[in-house]
Design a protein around this ligand. Structure first.
Ligand code: SF4
Ligand code: SF4
Length: 122
């Protein structure tokens, strides 16, 4: 569930507001999004994935975390590398390797019944 918005990092681009499927955010007067409907979050990570400033932290839990300092401490989240960590892991953002290039999946051209690899066609 979305847990933290860094006002320091946020560039007020509205992307998180636009991509959120459950309308969790409102735009604050200063342009920084606010968690207007926190419990509507579906933990889909789309806001964090799309934030160009790595200003968001979505926790993997699908319920709000207790209001303890560790979750609200920007320096701590930063030191732990958690701000924007989902976006980093999927390789979105300038200079990063797209996650699809690292994905493990079935062979692209599996052999046919005779053991011959099928030609790759476009
Ligand atoms: S994790 Fe998904 S549902 Fe939750 S605030 Fe972000 S975009 Fe909205
Ligand atoms: S996507 Fe990131 S930078 Fe843009 S408004 Fe949301 S928190 Fe701020």
């Amino acid at each position: 569930m979305i847990e933290f918005i860094s006002a320091e990092r946020c560039i007020a681009c509205d992307k998180c507001i636009r991509v959120c499927p459950t309308n969790v955010f409102d735009r604050g007067e200063d342009g920084i999004p606010v968690l207007a409907r926190h419990t509507d979050c579906q933990t889909c990570f789309q806001c964090e994935a799309n934030c160009p400033a790595d200003a968001l932290y979505v926790a993997p839990q699908s319920y709000p975390l207790p209001d303890e300092p560790a979750v609200r401490d920007e320096d701590g989240l930063d030191r732990a590398g958690l701000l924007g960590s989902y976006r980093r892991r999927i390789g979105w953002g300038r200079g990063r390797t797209p996650g699809a290039r690292l994905a493990v999946g079935p062979p692209f051209n599996p052999p046919d019944a005779n053991g011959t690899a099928l030609p790759i066609t476009s």
